[in-house]
Design a protein around this ligand. Structure first.
Ligand code: AOF
Ligand code: ZN
Length: 363
């Protein structure tokens, strides 16, 4: 491992430590090294608070002068909630800046690097770039599209079933896999299901982890069939938003709103318009959305090219049955040559189960 990779790895580790608390901002870490000694370390912890480089510069003080700063993301050039880091780095008299990935934020996008080079500072780009980009897959999608990064999550048997032929589904996967799901919820800005899932399971859609934070709960319910005593309405664990189509009962809508739920009517169709849902979430700075089902809702996201990533837990169990459901319903693909090709497939054991992660083709 090169010396640059060694320090960049430390910066990445620091950045990652804040996973789940920086949204909609990226995860960013920074390390300052002078004459072979680490003189400053920083991470971005929360929107509105200083960027990683600023924490590291403050720690380094005068020891920054003449040193090298490692940053996992191109230093910013804009006046946002905080000042431009590229200028702060230049002022502190650093000799060299090592950057992992460029900042795709249209307000930055290369301008940070330019400020540094114009100030006569040596800039080395691309050290552990892929790792930084993967760490910020959510931010990278949100900051250019202003829509959340959409992760579809499901849990199946080894023959791909999400329930038996009689709809029995509890529990398919192990406690280890279920804990991982709660970590995913903790890291997500919002969690989304169709009303069918609420009718079937009365799901709470909360994070059951010590110190876990609950995502915003979103229910797609074109005709407002949700029971008024559903737990997502009465338990007060987290805000709940319901999206309907254009044919929802106004009296029921009013009662739900009086119970503290926000109800949004999407337009153009009796069905819920998913693009409008994503736009609304994005405009509320929700940068990541976890779609947990059911099979029809997942199929709608996939068919419309709105899913970014699949997370699938598979248990070494078989239930069989041609009527036992899978996580992807809808009409389905007719010709195998048209199958949806996922990329970047990774698998990891979780207790007795396997966790798969893969990416949908870019829509
Ligand atoms: C960095 N280092 O640690 C972070 C950066 O609203 P602000 O002022 O916090 O700006 C947020 C934007 O700044 C964010 O969208 C991204 O482009 C950049 N975030 N940049 O150099 C950091 N968090
Ligand atoms: Zn900055």
């Amino acid at each position: 491992m090169s010396i640059h990779e060694k320090y960049m790895r430390l910066a990445l580790e620091n950045a990652r430590a804040a996973k789940g608390q920086t949204a909609p901002n990226p995860l960013v870490g920074s390390v300052i090294v002078n004459e072979g000694r680490i003189v400053g370390i920083g991470a971005h912890l929360k929107p509105g608070e200083p960027h990683a480089e600023i924490h590291a510069l403050r720690m380094a003080g005068e020891h920054a002068r003449g040193g090298t700063i490692y940053v996992t993301l191109e230093p910013c050039s804009h006046h946002g909630r905080t000042g431009p880091c590229a200028e702060a780095v230049a002022r502190a008299g650093l000799a060299r800046v090592v950057v992992a990935a460029p900042d795709p934020n249209p307000l930055v996008a290369g301008r940070g690097i330019k400020i540094l080079r114009d100030a006569g500072i040596e800039v080395i780009e691309g050290v552990l770039r892929e790792e930084s980009e993967r760490m910020n897959e959510v931010f990278n999608r949100y900051i250019v599209s202003k829509r959340p990064f959409v992760t579809v999550k499901s849990a199946t048997t080894l023959d791909g079933k999400i329930a038996t032929r009689t709809s029995s589904s509890r529990w398919i996967t192990s406690a280890e896999a279920r804990e991982d799901v709660h970590r995913l919820r903790h890291e997500s800005g919002a969690i989304l299901v169709g009303v069918q899932t609420i009718l079937h399971d009365d799901s709470q859609l909360n994070t059951r982890l010590p110190d876990g934070r609950n995502p915003l709960r979103v229910v797609l319910d074109s005709k407002l069939r949700i029971p008024e005593d559903a737990r997502v309405i009465t338990d007060g664990e987290a805000p709940t938003w319901i999206f309907t189509g254009s044919h929802a009962d106004p009296a029921k809508r009013q009662r739900l709103e009086e119970a503290g739920v926000r109800v949004f009517e999407t337009t153009g169709s009796e069905r819920v318009n998913l693009e409008q849902v994503l736009d609304m979430l994005g405009s509320s700075e929700i940068s990541s959305l976890l779609v947990e089902g059911g099979g029809q809702v997942i199929a709608s996201f996939v068919e419309q090219g709105l899913a970014d990533k699949l997370v699938l837990y598979m248990a070494p169990k078989l239930v069989g049955g041609k009527d036992a459901p899978t996580f992807l319903e809808g009409l389905g693909i007719a010709d195998m040559n048209d199958a949806i090709g996922l990329t970047g497939l990774r698998a990891e054991p979780l207790g007795p189960d396997l966790k798969f992660e893969a990416y949908f083709p870019k829509g």
